[in-house]
Design a protein around this ligand. Structure first.
Ligand code: KIV
Length: 268
């Protein structure tokens, strides 16, 4: 059920009890964010996937605070209803609590209502301090793109008992530290189900199966703009790349043939 009511961190937490699924997508600019917000999405994440889909970086490592603040400002202008969460980029929180609070504070000044951090037990103190200072935190476990070099790539995570157990422990650390929800990325459905059943805060899956409390996708993937990215979990809801190519080709043809502009499209 979609209403005009503002979505807050409390709304998201309450979904664990009501069972209403949480919907989340990423956005990086004003126009997309406006359409997304208007469509009734619950959470808009300014993901550091901006580094991949906007800047064309190979990893999210080069993404800076300045870049993320710019995207946050653009998205903020377009969002009235959804909860606006912003990813803390690589090296913006790992160096210590003070720096993490300062950088998260900059995101709140730019219009974010919560921040997302990758990691588990190792960021317990940081998450707890952010939360204590009134900055809501969304966790992120499983495939952590900021740890791609340690993980050796973007493969499925926690697919054995030992790593599954560690994942559940990490989720419990985040819950204890005060996180209001956790993204679970690219893990077996059975692990996501267990975590979802054993913690009191909502889980939001991306490649984590059917039993999470909600689902998130990268907007450009859902729209079919990232043509060479085809993981098993991804459902493309449109072929925007194809549509755009058609539109660009038609424009080029019309201009070359003298069909654009027509008489109706000129000032007299
Ligand atoms: O950066 C991002 O877009 C994300 C999503 C994949 C959850 O973290």
């Amino acid at each position: 059920m979609t209403t005009d009511k503002k979505i807050t961190v409390k709304t998201i937490i309450s979904r664990k009890l009501t069972g209403e699924k949480i919907t989340a997508l990423t956005a990086y600019d004003y126009t997309m964010a406006s359409i997304l917000d208007d469509s009734g999405i619950d959470i808009i994440l300014v993901g550091d996937s901006a580094g991949n889909v906007i800047a064309g970086y190979d990893t999210t490592h080069p993404v800076s605070m300045d870049e993320m603040i710019y995207h946050t400002r653009c998205v903020r202008k377009g969002v009235k209803r959804a909860l606006l969460v912003v990813d803390m980029p690589f090296l913006s929180f790992q160096c210590g609590i003070d720096e993490a609070i300062y950088n998260a504070g900059l995101f709140l000044k730019a219009g974010a209502e919560a921040v997302k951090l990758e990691g588990g037990e190792e960021i317990f103190d940081i998450v707890k301090n952010l939360n204590d200072f009134g900055i809501p935190v969304m966790g992120h476990l499983g495939l952590l793109p900021q740890s791609v070099h340690k993980l050796g790539g973007y493969a499925i995570q926690a697919n054995d008992e030992k790593n599954g157990k560690k994942l559940l422990e990490d989720a419990k650390y985040l819950e204890k530290a005060g996180a209001f929800s956790i993204i679970l990325e690219k893990i077996p459905e059975i692990r996501a189900r267990e975590i979802t059943e054993k913690i009191s805060i909502p889980t939001i899956g991306i490649g984590a199966g059917r039993y999470c409390d909600g689902q998130i996708l990268v907007l450009y993937d859902l729209l079919g703009l990232t043509e060479n990215f085809n993981p098993r979990y991804l459902r493309k809801y449109a072929d925007f790349a194809g549509e755009m190519r058609k539109a660009f080709k038609n424009f080029i043809e019309d201009v070359k043939n003298g069909n654009y502009p027509s008489e109706k499209e000129v000032y007299k």
